[in-house]
Ligand binder design. Structure first.
Ligand code: SF4
Ligand code: SF4
Length: 216
């Protein structure tokens, strides 16, 4: 009979492994807060006059190499977005108008927020294995990590719509279904179903009903 090896004692953190960072004590003047407020005002004022000076110089055709701060009058005026910016999702479509998605469920599996719901179905074309009968994304839960886009083998989902105004009056309105994902111009309340391929449409007289229920 062999003897069980003695259990190793749990490793204790050494003095080097733990770094204690003490919060610095505020000085008397810092506790007054007024000097800090004045310091902030000084920085803001310096930025204001710097921008004002550079903008006037630009008008006079000078100092073109210097950049000045610009205020965008959002929402009337939208700031240009970088090409890699993650905005609202969309599902890309084939030439025949059907989704490129093959219902592989990779995006639903990888989603850390568990906000994607896909119900795959058999595609009528034998060359395509599956397609999404339903595809929902709950934007109220999404953390915009972009994993769903990264993992997709078919380039079927993208976050390049440039749509930033995602607010809604209800949680239900934050849940995008296939209609809105395939046509980002659509917004709830949706009209008649615009999809002419077999899918589980939950539109009923313009109202989306049972969007998370089992498809018919
Ligand atoms: S962006 Fe991230 S959290 Fe949002 S649906 Fe995609 S994987 Fe999920
Ligand atoms: S990873 Fe792409 S192909 Fe797979 S279910 Fe998601 S969107 Fe469809």
């Amino acid at each position: 009979m062999t003897e069980e090896p003695a259990a190793r004692p749990a490793a204790r953190p050494t003095a080097k492994a733990v770094k204690v960072v003490r919060r610095p004590e505020l000085s008397f003047f810092e506790k007054l807060y007024v000097p800090q407020i004045l310091s902030g005002l000084r920085i803001t004022t310096a930025h204001f006059f710097r921008n004002l000076f550079i903008h006037i110089a630009h008008r006079l055709g000078r100092l073109r190499h210097l950049r000045a701060g610009v205020t965008f009058q959002y929402p009337e005026e939208q700031r240009p977005l970088m090409s890699r910016y993650r905005s609202r999702h969309r599902l890309t479509v084939r030439e025949d108008g059907t989704p490129r998605c093959v219902g592989c469920m990779l995006c639903e599996t990888v989603c850390p927020a568990k906000c994607i719901t896909i119900v795959p179905g058999e595609h009528p074309d034998p060359g395509v294995e599956k397609y999404p009968v339903r595809f929902d994304i709950d934007l109220g839960v999404c953390v915009f990590c972009g994993y769903c886009v990264e993992v997709c083998p078919e380039d079927a989902i993208r976050m390049d719509t440039g749509i930033l105004d995602l607010s809604a009056y209800s949680r239900e309105a934050m849940r995008l279904d296939m209609h809105e994902l395939m046509n980002p111009a659509l917004k709830k309340p949706l009209g008649a179903c615009s999809l002419d391929f077999p899918h589980a449409c939950a539109l009923d007289e313009g109202r989306l009903r049972g969007s998370w229920a089992t498809p018919r």
